[in-house]
Structure formats: structure tokens, C-alpha cells
Write a protein that binds this ligand. Structure first.
Ligand code: PHE
Length: 330
């Protein structure tokens, strides 16, 4: 009996204890062989012998059960220790993106004009010659077509080189008065630190037969808009040329990088060109069959605004999809 208890005591793992269990309690185990002796015990002693065996068996079983519980606990403890995790450790934090600065700038521009009751219009990115050129007073073989490095897509279709075709589409589907902006992507064959083959413009068009649609009106809206975008800057209107406006102007702001002292970014002029605008050319009204109307239009590049607002040195950075850039705009 004692030596059987010792076996149990010596088992140091559940695995070893299981071997001992079979040795003791199994079909051919120590207990079974003790019970086998019962048949040789003479009749009158059988009962006492059997009682003794049962008592020992029960005792041994209890001893075994206790040992089992102890080892089980130890084993669980071991597993818990080996699988322990340090909940105070940092996980792999996913870096978050942000609204792209071009879209954020676009939203800011749109907000301004929506507040002034401009409607938002849209048009296709694959345009035809009529909407992208012809109706905008850019007849075939007109030298001004060279200003726009066009992607041709066959069958006379082009990737729109500016948002101005949306002016035409809106005037064709709507009666005046018109007060609209058209934000969207445009395409030109161009690639350097200030040009990418796809970029975004916001176009604006106001048409009415009332006197308030004048160059003075255009000038005051553009000035107010540029102050809203860039704060306290000087604004200058420079005579320019666009086939669809006459007269036309390009608008400059005083350089926000060098406070107009002259730097590399403003080519030492102290001025940064930010948009084009003008009074709608009568040929454009003719193309859409508008009579006795006056109008003004403007167009600007959103990426250029975003670059200036955030002092981004290379336009191409806006299209590389590098999250390190985006993370700075959270
Ligand atoms: N469409 C011109 C461009 O892409 C911008 C512009 C729009 C100029 C409307 C005047 C009026 O350069």
C-alpha cells in the first residue's frame, strides 16, 4: 500500500501520473491483481479481505485524486505563464490618413462660392471638340489651341484640358441667369515640378442681362475670394488673353513665401499668379445662342492653391500617395 502511494507521490507531471494511474487502477493494474487474489481466499475470510481491499482502493483513489488536482493546477499555471501577454505593450498602431490636401482645398473653394449662391455643375472628362474648344472661341487651327497640351482619344474626343466646357454645357441646358462653379479634374500633357498630367480646376461663370455683371463686379468677387483663401495679401489684375474672355486678366497675389521681397518661388517678382478670368467673349454667347447677355468667367488650378496654402515645394508630391504627406494634414 505504502509503495503504491509513493508511486503517486513521485509523479511530477500529469503525463507521469497518468502512467501511474494505469499501473494502479488499470485492468491489469496493481488493484486488479489484488482483487484477483480474492478467489483463493477461504470462504469465511472473503468478506473481511474484500472490505480491506475496497478500503485501500478508496484511500488510494482519494490520494490519486488529490495529486491529480495539484498537478493540474501546476500545469495550468505553467501554460498561463508561457502564454502571458504584456497588455501594457503598444500594438502595431495603423497610421491614419486624412482628407487629401487637394480635396480639402477644393472644399474650401467650393464653400466660398456656395455661400455666394453659386450652383455646382459637372461635365464629362472625355469631351468633344465643340465643348472643349470650338464653342469657347477656339476654332480649328487657332494658334491658341497650342496653349493646352491636349490628350486626344480618337474619334475627335479629347480629355478635357480645362473645366471651361462645363460653361458651355450649362449654358446649353439652362436659360440665363447663370451663376455656377464647376470643380473637377482636367488633363494636359505636361510633367514637371509645377505640372502633372491630371490636375483639378474650379471654373466659375456668371451670366445675366443686368448691369451688375461687370468687370468691376468680377474684380471685387475675385479680390474677396483671394483674401478669404490667402489672408492679407496684395492683389493685382494683369491684362492677359483667353480666347473665351475679352477683356481677360490674370490675377496675382503678393508672394506669401517671401512677403513680396522676391524669391525663387515667385521668380524674384514678388508676385504669384493664381487665376485667370475675364468678361465672356461675345463669340461664346453666339455659340450657345444667348442674346443680349453679359457674363464673367474665371478659372483656377486647385493644386496650385493647395501648394501655396501649405507651402508644398513639388506639385508631384500631391499625387505620390505617400502617407507621410497625408499624415501632416490630420
Ligand atoms: N480655362 C482657363 C485655363 O484653363 C482658365 C479660365 C477660365 C480663364 C475662365 C478665364 C476664364 O487656363
Amino acid at each position: 500500500m505504502k509503495h503504491l502511494e509513493d508511486k503517486i507521490t513521485q509523479a511530477t507531471t500529469l503525463e507521469l501520473l497518468e502512467k501511474v494511474r494505469i499501473e494502479l487502477f488499470g485492468k491489469k493494474g496493481a488493484i486488479a491483481s489484488e482483487f484477483a487474489k480474492l478467489k483463493d481466499v477461504p470462504g469465511p475470510e472473503k468478506k473481511a479481505f474484500a472490505e480491506g481491499l475496497n478500503k485501500n482502493k478508496t484511500k488510494l483513489q482519494k490520494f490519486y485524486d488529490e495529486k491529480y488536482e495539484i498537478l493540474k493546477k501546476e500545469e495550468i499555471e505553467k501554460i498561463l505563464q508561457s502564454e502571458a501577454i504584456d497588455v501594457s505593450l503598444y500594438g502595431n498602431l495603423e497610421s491614419k490618413g486624412a482628407l487629401h490636401p487637394v480635396m480639402a482645398t477644393m472644399d474650401k473653394i467650393i464653400d466660398y462660392f456656395v455661400a455666394l449662391n453659386f450652383a455646382i455643375e459637372d461635365g464629362p472628362k472625355i469631351e468633344d471638340d465643340f465643348h472643349n474648344f470650338e464653342a469657347l472661341n477656339l476654332p480649328k487651327n487657332h494658334p491658341a489651341r497650342d496653349m493646352q497640351d491636349t490628350f486626344f482619344c480618337g474619334d475627335g474626343a479629347v480629355l478635357r484640358t480645362h473645366t471651361s466646357p462645363v460653361q458651355i454645357r450649362t449654358m446649353l441646358k439652362q436659360k440665363p441667369p447663370i451663376r455656377m462653379i464647376a470643380p473637377g479634374a482636367v488633363f494636359r500633357k505636361d510633367y514637371d515640378i509645377t505640372h502633372t498630367p491630371m490636375f483639378h480646376q474650379v471654373e466659375g461663370l456668371v451670366v445675366d442681362d443686368k448691369g451688375e455683371v461687370s468687370f468691376a463686379n468680377l474684380k471685387s468677387i475675385m479680390s474677396d475670394f483671394l483674401h478669404y483663401m490667402f489672408g492679407e495679401v496684395e492683389i493685382r489684375f494683369r491684362p492677359s488673353f483667353f480666347p473665351f474672355t475679352e477683356p481677360s486678366a490674370e490675377v496675382d497675389i503678393s508672394c506669401i513665401f517671401c512677403e513680396a521681397k522676391g524669391c525663387r518661388i515667385c521668380s524674384h517678382t514678388g508676385w504669384l499668379e493664381v487665376l485667370g478670368c475675364g468678361i465672356v467673349d461675345s463669340n461664346v454667347f453666339e455659340a450657345v445662342e444667348y442674346k443680349n447677355m453679359s457674363g464673367y468667367a474665371f478659372g483656377l488650378g486647385v493644386e496650385r492653391f493647395a501648394m501655396l496654402l501649405h507651402k508644398i515645394p513639388d506639385l508631384r508630391m500631391l499625387f505620390e500617395g505617400d502617407r507621410r504627406l497625408l499624415e501632416q494634414f490630420r
